[in-house]
Design a protein around this ligand. Structure first.
Ligand code: CA
Length: 227
C-alpha cells in the first residue's frame, strides 16, 4: 500500500504542485488548509508523513507541530517562507524532521520526503560503502573513491564525509557548514561552493563521467544515490 502524506498548506497552488510531485513518486496524498483540519485528519489515522506549512490561517505550523508531538511521532517536514525561521526549525526543539524554504521545486520536496522515509526505514547505521564507491577511513581521515585514496584538504574531506553519510539526502550550504565547519558563522556560503568545485575536480580525475556530487539548484548538494 502507498505511504500516505498529509499536506497542510493554505496556498492551493502549492498544494497542487506538491500533490502532483508526490503522487508521481507513488505516494498517496491528502491535504487540508488549517491546523484544526490537520489534527482531524491525523486523528483518523494512517498518515505516514506530514508536510507542514508554517504560516497557516488559524495557527503557526510550529504550534501545531508541538501539539502533534504530544501524541504522535509521525515525520514532519516544514515548509517555510522565511529563511530566518530556519534557525528555529533546525534547533528542532519542535520535533520536525526536515524543512524546505519557499520557493522550492516540488521535485526537491519529493526527494526530501523519500530521504526521510529512507532514514526511518533503514536506520542510521547503514554503511555508505555498501551503496557507493566511497570508503571512509575515519581514523586516518582518508576517503577512497573506486579504491583510490583521495588527496583532500580538511574541508573537502569533511564536506564529502557529510554527503557520503546520507546518499541522496540534499544538504543546503548552511547544513553542510554546520556539520563540517567548526565555526560556521565565520565562513561565507560561497566557500562551500569553492570546496565542492575542487572536490569535483579531484573526483573527475578518477572517473571523468561519474559525477557523484549533484547540485540541487536553490537547495544545495547531494551525493548520487544509485550507482
Ligand atoms: Ca501559508
Amino acid at each position: 500500500m502507498a505511504l500516505r502524506i498529509l499536506i497542510v498548506e493554505d496556498e492551493q497552488g502549492i498544494v497542487d504542485n506538491v500533490t502532483y510531485a508526490l503522487e508521481t513518486e507513488g505516494f498517496a496524498t491528502v491535504s487540508c488548509k488549517t491546523g484544526a483540519e490537520a489534527l482531524q485528519a491525523l486523528a483518523k489515522g494512517s498518515i505516514d508523513l506530514i508536510i507542514l506549512d508554517i504560516g497557516l490561517p488559524d495557527r503557526t505550523g510550529f504550534d501545531l507541530c508541538k501539539d502533534i508531538r504530544k501524541t504522535s511521532s509521525v515525520p514532519i517536514i516544514f515548509l517555510t517562507a522565511r529563511a530566518k525561521e530556519v534557525d528555529r526549525i533546525v534547533g528542532l526543539e519542535l520535533g520536525g524532521d526536515d524543512y524546505v524554504v519557499k520557493p522550492f521545486s516540488p521535485r526537491e520536496l519529493a526527494a526530501r520526503v523519500k530521504a526521510v522515509f529512507r532514514r526511518l526505514g533503514n536506520g542510521e547505521a547503514r554503511p555508505a560503502a555498501a551503496k557507493t564507491p566511497f570508503q571512509v577511513d575515519k581514523q586516518r581521515c582518508v576517503i577512497s573513491y573506486f579504491g583510490q585514496p583521495l588527496d583532500l584538504s580538511r574541508y573537502e574531506f569533511k564536506i564529502l564525509e557529510v554527503l557520503i553519510e546520507k546518499p541522496g539526502r540534499v544538504f543546503s550550504r548552511e547544513q553542510i557548514m554546520e556539520r563540517a565547519w567548526e565555526e560556521p558563522e565565520a565562513s561565507l556560503d560561497r566557500t562551500v561552493d569553492t570546496h565542492i568545485k575542487t572536490l569535483r575536480a579531484k573526483l573527475h580525475k578518477i572517473r571523468p563521467k561519474a559525477d557523484p556530487i549533484q547540485t540541487h539548484r536553490g537547495f544545495g548538494y547531494a551525493l548520487k544515490e544509485s550507482w
